[in-house]
Design a protein around this ligand. Structure first.
Ligand code: GLU
Ligand code: ZN
Length: 297
């Protein structure tokens, strides 16, 4: 069966060069295997959403020729499904309510790694609770198609992670796992900034009896200060001119280690994408967390 990949942006701003790299890498990885490529908008966090960002992302991808299969999936349409999965985890004892506030956790030095307090303490009545999933005592390992073998040590009663937030929003971790399975995604390609989220996603897949896809984490584009390009670091939105489209796609291929011939740079976006599909080599992608494009230094 052909593979299925996806691009799953959060609509927190317009598409920028860093997100184009993630979209392009997963697109090429799927299309080079005649696979399917899906678009999912992860709009689960209204306070962080920017009005118009979903439309901008969808329009820009289409304009770049990154065409997806099926309809766009919006996570905001799937809250009742996340609720069912959450309830199932709680009733099986694989997740539990947690009433700890930030300041309580800070006092217990449990901010970076949760100490499992509410595993054994009933939450204070009348408080709004988060829900945490159990993190296992056994190591979690996976093979990343770019970064190689990754090993995350098991936690002895620590490290239980939030799948439903205290502000009563579903957490990214739960939704991403439920939806990758629902959309039958079997090859995840995304930015290195998400690699350390992967063990928790694998744990959740086990809890829910879901298949674990393969993972590949591409280096993220950084600015001169080594920060990931994002809205917070003022990454410019991608411009729409034909010339900029070609330049951005060519440049992304170059950073992804694909070695595009210089003459391709002047070609139309569609031609550059076709070259990318025919010449995609995931083993050529640099095995490192970040890359700073030369031209920006
Ligand atoms: N929505 C997440 C983000 O924009 C990415 C999810 C994923 O690729 O797993 O950072
Ligand atoms: Zn707690």
């Amino acid at each position: 069966m052909n593979c299925t990949g996806r691009f799953a942006p959060s609509p927190t701003g317009p598409l920028h060069f860093g997100s184009l790299m993630a979209a392009l890498a997963s697109f090429l990885d799927s299309r080079s295997q005649s696979g399917r490529w899906l678009l999912r908008i992860e709009d689960l966090d209204p306070p962080r959403e920017v009005p118009g960002a979903s439309d901008n992302i969808i329009r820009t991808l289409a304009h770049y020729g990154l065409e997806w299969d099926d309809q766009v999936l919006f996570q905001s349409d799937r809250l009742s499904i996340y609720r069912k999965n959450l309830d199932a985890l709680i009733s099986q004892g694989l997740a539990y309510p947690c009433s700890c506030t930030r300041s309580e956790m800070k006092r217990r030095d449990a901010l970076a790694l949760y100490d499992g307090h509410c595993r054994t303490h009933t939450p204070r009545p009348g408080t709004q609770c988060a829900v945490r999933a159990l993190y296992p005592a056994e190591d979690v390992q996976f093979h990343d198609r770019i970064q190689g073998n990754r090993l995350y040590p098991g936690q002895d009663g620590r490290g239980d992670f939030v799948i439903f937030r205290r502000d009563q929003l579903f957490a990214y971790q739960l939704a991403v796992v439920v939806d990758d399975a629902y959309q039958r995604v079997d090859q995840v390609v995304r930015g290195f900034d998400l690699i350390d989220e992967t063990p928790r996603q694998i744990v959740l897949q086990k809890h829910l009896g879901l298949v674990t896809p393969s993972y590949a984490h591409i280096p993220v584009a950084t600015n001169a200060e080594g920060q990931k390009l994002s809205k917070q670091t003022y990454a410019p939105a991608l411009s729409d001119s034909d010339q900029d489209r070609s330049r951005n796609l060519y440049f992304a291929l170059e950073i992804l280690g694909q070695n595009p011939p210089a003459a391709l740079r002047e070609e139309a976006a569609q031609t550059i994408l076709e070259w990318g599909v025919s010449n995609w080599h995931i083993e050529a992608v640099p095995r490192q967390p970040g890359v700073r494009p030369k031209e920006w230094s």
